[in-house]
Every structure is written in C-alpha cells, then in structure tokens.
Design a protein around this ligand. Sequence first.
Ligand code: KG4
Ligand code: ZN
Length: 357
Amino acid sequence: MTEHAFPPARILGIETSCDETAAAVVEDGRNLLSNVVASQAELHAKYGGVFPEVASRQHISTMYSVVDEALSQAHLSLDDIDAIAVTQGPGLPGSLVVGLNMAKGLALGSGKPLVGVHHLEGHLYSPWILDTPEGEEPEPEPGFPLLALLVSGGHTELVLMTGHLKYERLGATLDDAAGEAFDKVARLLGLGYPGGPKIQQAAENGDPAAFKFPRAWLEGTWDFSFSGLKTAVLHQVRRLRAYLGEDEDDESVDLPVADLAASFQMAVVDVLVTKARYAAQEFKAKELLVAGGVSANKLLREMIVRGATGRVHIPPLYLCTDNAAMIAAAGYYRFVHQQRSGLEIDALPTWPLDEVG
Ligand code: KG4
Ligand code: ZN
C-alpha cells in the first residue's frame, strides 16, 4: 500500500485499441491487483503487421474472458470496483469499439461510473504502477514537471507533464513512429513481426558503428522523423545485395543482419535520447519518463538512464507494451479528479493527446 494525496479507489481498466485484448485492476493508481493481456501478435505475424478486421474479431471472442480473469485474479467482483476505465482512443476503430462496448455494458449493469481514457495518457501513467520486490521500499511517485518520451508503434511524442492530467505536446514524429520504423526495418531484414524485439535480438551481436545511418535532428523543433533512416537502411541493403550477389534484389545474399540491426537501432535511440534530454533541460523538467512499446528496448533503457541528472521513470517490461493496468492507473487520476464519461461516448480513432479534456 502507498500513501496517497487522493482518495482510495479500485479501477477496472479495459484496453483494446490495437492487437492486445487486456483488462486489469489497479488500486489507488499504483497497486497492481491483476493484469491480463491476451496478445494477438501470433495471429498477425503472418500478415507482417496488424490486420484490423482480424483484430476486432479476436477482441470480441476474448474480451469477456479477459475481464473475468482480471477480476478473479484480483479476488474481486464488480461490486468491489469503484469505476471502469476504458481506452476511448486513439486506435483502430473496430478494435476500440469492442472494449468500449464491454465497458459500457459493465457500467450500465453495475451502476459504476465509466471513465474514458486516452491511450497515450495510459502509457504516460504506466510508470506510476508499482513493481516493488518483496521487502523493498516502494519507489516515490514521478514528480512534476516531467518530460515524457512516448514511443510506441503508432506514436512518437515529446510531452511536458506539468501536473496530473496536464499534457503539453512539444513535438512528434512527422512520418513514421519509432516502433513503426523498427517494424518496417525488421521486415526489410527478414526478421518478422513485431519488429522491435527482433531487431533488439539481432543487434546483440552487431556493431552499432558498422553503418553510418543518418540522424534526422530537425533542429529548432521537438519533432522527429524516421522515414529517411528507413530508406537509408533499404538503400544499404540493396547496395550490399548488388555487391555481394547478382543484383540489388538478390535475396539469396547473406546480409550482415546483426550489424545492420545494431546500426539502425543506435540511430533511432541516439535521436530519441538526445532530444528528450535537451527538451528536459529546456523546459526545466527535473524528471524524465519513457513509455510505450519501444521503451522495452534495452539500448534505449540503458542510454536514457546513463548520464541522466534527475530521476528517470521507465515501466517494467510487462507494462511497456499495451496493457490495461496503465488505463486503470490513468483512469484513477481522472476518477479522483471527478471526471466521468457518459454511456454515449464514442471511439475516437484519431485523438491528439493535448485535446483530452
Ligand atoms: O505501445 P505498443 O505496444 O502499441 C502501440 O500503442 O503502438 O507498441 C508497440 C511497438 C511495436 O512497434 C514494437 O515493435 C515496439 O513497440 N517494440 C519495441 C520493443 N518491444 C516492442 N521496439 C524496440 N525494441 C523493443 N524491445
Ligand atoms: Zn500503445
């Protein structure tokens, strides 16, 4: 249990914005009582990415049992829950609707309040969730102002958080998200989906300085761009194929995948870490927070901590990729700030973070 400035509450979180069907119970925004994630990654692997129709159908078939499991793992019934938090957007329309309908049905049936949550706000709150080993002191909560680097499959943003639920979007990617770049380059190197973990694994035995891939610094802005880097990897692969094989499309060539993966990974992480650190200085944020699927990346986790002057908050690996615990944690802060959603709320597939109310 942690000391809190806010009243106690248990929140059931539901997340279905992309290809994970997830439900979780979080107490007081920090204590994880259960966390169930049914990943569809294997189903989508054969398409090389998320297939929206398949995703929504799969959400429908697993949603009910995932919620049931989250409550039973927490040894609770719906009566013990204070509110139901659900991802309202952004995400795939057909996927979002499944979670929303489940949450609305539960809210209607139980009379418990419904709280719509922004998916990225969920990622931002993931480091609030405690992951303290037995016998150790719980980590203090992140403090404001903090600079957050949000890096997922769909988004790459620098966000200044000046208080609970207060987000100022400083910059974002102009083209591919960091996770998307990992996924696309992994496909290019024949490593499969999801690309992030595959690139990380391939890069383990590679030399990050083997290839000089470009960094798009976009100086004078807090924005990012990764499509030039992706194209540079593609051209390098073609040059290698032409040099080592018959021609630039010769797929029989044994590529130096480890070096390519390590050099690409370093190029992405270098820009992310450098810009996040400068932004923290510029906006006088003492603490840094990294969240979203790409925050699972080992090199990013090491480089963001190395040389940091203040505290750095990164979720444990199981809370980096999509989950409902983070939605419950963010939902808790909306709930204790008296925010409620009506049963008529719709999915918001494209919803900028700084437009959340
Ligand atoms: O946050 P998330 O689960 O879903 C979205 O909201 O998009 O992020 C998924 C993304 C994928 O692009 C995946 O390749 C990337 O996170 N990812 C990683 C790693 N693990 C997942 N990227 C780099 N290194 C990793 N270890
Ligand atoms: Zn996400």
